[in-house]
Ligand binder design. Structure first.
Ligand code: BGC
Length: 514
């Protein structure tokens, strides 16, 4: 009935027949529309939905279940340690730094959202002084237009930025005109290393399209060819995955480091393992000199690719996966990394608005598009413990404007969502770290009782900055390693490794000179 009168009035307005009548009727129509929204019935209440979300997100997180996930991950590792050209990738770095290496190096860090070009100085162990220093650094945002650059266009973009960075007078002051700059590259994607300075390009996640037409080509040449065309005085000396760079950078300062975790836009873990943990076929093209001297090797596990059918998922995770550019490529990453936490929340919000009346049933426009809810917004919601949640309400409304502002209970729901999604991520990460801790202990012929404490270098926006994330993960780890038999106070210690990708890229070059 209401719709009939509304269409009739709209027709009259178009014909401009009854302008004065319209002015008197319209306000009452709008009032009736608002009331109609207020009494609109939904499939379920918000409380019901929240209870379901709590069960789905929290029930898998008790220690026994997490330990089972860890055990099943270890089963998934076994065949990949034998043969896989996309994960459990050995590097050519077998020595950890002594911490005495020194020199000035150029470091490139290609991350998921930023490309950084830095000059790094390593000064070795100096009592009371920092042993690593960024002399100068330029950061270039990798937005969606850069992520979508196909094939060599992406490497041209990189070379152009290296050129800009080198032209900077501060960098010029550090250059030795006789010699090209020696560069180390931290690459936040898988790479099949063919030497310390080269590697074949493997499939890239995080929405990048640079492998289109270049898959399997030499990464070093892809980067150096456009640098040469621009006459840039640079030489790529070392390529290393960003997780291995983090390990090297942390080990430079703390020799007990054997592990590194990256959890920012992407996720990965690097481990220092005995050579024998991987099948000989993994070293088929390695020089005999490497095999003669190495006892251990830095392994890029690409842990993001494991976990399919191990970690319990929800209908929102499944939707995320099925609509992803590369479904099933990185199931673990989809559950825990910064690129996806916001998207999981967005998918729940869309459902809650439609079926349970979140935001009075009106989805803020921007949230109908995939990947429009940033994980930093979840972090801000979780950080806001004030009674009225004023700052996070303001932030949310400014990022996601709507004609109906969010109510207090809407924002409380969002805050709870942020807590649940990040709590599950911290627990699943702990299960993943635990599985590799077990792998290493076994490969070293140790036991949880004899393994002592192991330091893990951590880097990335989620593990470094998401409120309470690292502490929560540490608590899960203490519980899991305790159940596995580690002595109290031993087990695993998460340690932040600030700027570790750039530092690690420099350390990797310095290690070659040692
Ligand atoms: C990539 C890894 C990288 C990690 C962290 C993942 O998506 O596959 O190679 O180390 O992100 O940046």
């Amino acid at each position: 009935m209401f719709d009939f009168w509304q269409s009739l009035l709209q027709a009259l307005e178009r014909l401009a027949m009854l302008p004065s009548l319209l002015h008197s009727v319209l306000p009452s129509l709008l009032y009736r529309k608002r009331r109609r929204d207020a009494v609109r019935t939904y499939e379920r209440t918000m409380d019901d939905l929240l209870r379901e979300i709590e069960t789905l997100f929290e029930s898998p997180l008790d220690a026994a279940k997490l330990l089972r996930m860890s055990a099943r991950l270890q089963e998934q590792f076994a065949p990949k340690l034998q043969a896989s050209d996309i994960c459990m990738l050995p590097s050519y770095n077998y020595k950890l730094p002594s911490g005495l290496e020194h020199g000035t190096y150029m470091a490139l860090d290609v991350g998921g959202s930023t490309f950084r070009v830095a000059v790094v100085e390593l000064t070795g162990k100096n009592p009371g002084a920092k042993s690593m220093r960024i002399v100068t650094m330029k950061s270039y945002k990798i937005d969606n237009s850069v992520r979508c650059l196909k094939g060599t266009d992406f490497f041209d973009w990189m070379a152009e930025k290296v050129g800009t960075a080198i032209a900077d007078p501060e960098v010029q002051k550090l250059s030795d005109n006789e010699k090209p700059f020696g560069m180390g590259l931290a690459w936040s994607f898988p790479v099949e290393q063919t030497s310390t300075r080269s590697g074949n390009l493997l499939a890239m996640g995080k929405g990048f399209r640079a492998t289109e037409g270049t898959l399997g080509q030499d990464l070093s040449e892809l980067i150096m060819a456009p640098c040469r065309r621009r006459n840039l005085p640079v030489r790529l000396d070392s390529i290393i995955n960003d997780s291995s760079a983090t390990l090297l950078s942390r080990a430079y300062e703390d020799p007990s480091t054997r592990f590194a975790v990256i959890l920012g836009t992407g996720f990965n873990i690097s481990v220092h393992l005995p050579l024998s943990a991987l099948s000989p076929s993994k070293y088929k093209n390695y020089p005999t000199s490497f095999l003669a001297s190495a006892t251990h090797v830095l392994v890029n596990t690409e842990l993001s690719m494991f976990g399919k059918n191990i970690f319990p998922t929800t209908r929102w995770d499944e939707h995320l996966n099925s609509t992803h550019l590369r479904p099933d490529f990185q199931p673990f990453e989809h559950l825990i990394s910064g690129r996806y936490l916001g998207e999981i929340a967005r998918l729940i919000i869309v459902e809650a608005t439609r079926t349970a009346g979140l935001f009075s049933g009106k989805l803020p426009d921007k949230l109908s598009e995939p990947y429009t809810l940033d994980t930093t917004t979840l972090a801000a919601l979780q950080l806001d413990t004030s009674k009225n949640l004023t700052s996070s309400t303001q932030l949310f409304s400014s990022l996601h404007p709507s004609c109906i502002p969010p109510s207090h209970s809407d924002v409380l729901f969002l805050r709870r969502l942020a807590e649940l999604i990040s709590k599950r991520a911290a627990a699943y990460l702990a299960a993943g770290i635990h599985s590799l801790w077990c792998l290493r202990i076994q490969a070293e012929g140790l036991t949880p009782q004899t393994a002592g404490t192991m330091a893990i270098g951590c880097n990335g926006s989620v593990i470094e900055k998401y409120p309470g994330f690292r502490d929560r993960c540490q608590r899960y780890l203490d519980e899991l390693t305790g159940f596995s038999g580690a002595n109290k106070g031993d087990g695993i210690r998460l340690e932040v490794a600030v700027e570790s990708a750039v530092f690690g890229a420099a350390v990797s070059v310095a290690c070659l000179e040692g």
